[in-house]
Design a protein around this ligand. Structure first.
Ligand code: GLN
Length: 192
């Protein structure tokens, strides 16, 4: 299995390390040609406006959209913003594929980074320790979107829509590999 990590800006090296620890080959995606032959793609956390600007400059917007329209793609934090269809007031380049409304910097400046234990049924009984850094949340999700985790009643922080996965937090900054393993499972089931 070969998974690409969008490597324009942000925490892509940490994702690569975690994937390699799980025995997966990784590719840094900076140009459209790097998407060839990949089984899945991770869009990392970072700064979504910068990722969008660089993706536009490198001619990656449409190739990324074409890839993520049918191949398993996971956005973490800024990557979740990049995957969403609706950002409310914010106007910036996004792929616009996942049928969710995302509120950027939803936790404000005062508590811009924090950690929390979440119950995530698809990962099993043990709570998942999530790291939030200037995190967005999903405030609205279409009926076909599966909510995987909430921070509060109206703050969705992990969701899946078919082959698309989004997390508001940073699984690559912990030692818990369960979310990456879950994504690998999505890829395996999409290929079988
Ligand atoms: N706040 C950032 C943005 O709007 C996302 C932060 C992150 O990825 N850790 O893009």
């Amino acid at each position: 299995m070969k998974i690409g990590v969008l490597a324009l800006q942000g925490a892509f090296i940490e994702h690569e390390k975690m994937l390699r620890s799980l025995g997966v080959e990784t590719v840094q995606v900076r140009l459209p040609v790097h998407l060839d032959g990949l089984d899945g793609l991770i869009i990392p956390g970072g700064e979504s406006t910068t990722i969008g600007k660089l993706a536009t400059d490198y001619g990656l917007m449409q190739p990324l959209r074409d890839f993520a329209t049918y191949k398993p793609t996971w956005g973490t934090c800024a990557g979740m913003i990049f995957l969403a269809k609706d950002l409310g007031q914010h106007h910036q380049p996004i792929l616009g594929l996942m049928d969710v409304t995302v509120n950027r910097n939803a936790f404000g400046r005062q508590i811009d980074s924090f950690e929390a234990d979440l119950d995530i049924a698809v990962l099993g009984e043990t709570p998942y320790h999530a790291v939030f850094i200037r995190a967005p949340v999903i405030t609205q999700a279409a009926p076909q979107v599966e909510v995987l985790a909430k921070f509060s009643d109206d703050q969705i922080v992990a969701a899946r829509e078919g082959h698309l996965l989004a997390t508001a937090f940073h699984p690559e900054l912990t030692n818990d590999t369960r979310f990456h393993t879950y994504f690998l499972g999505m890829i395996k089931s999409s290929e079988s």
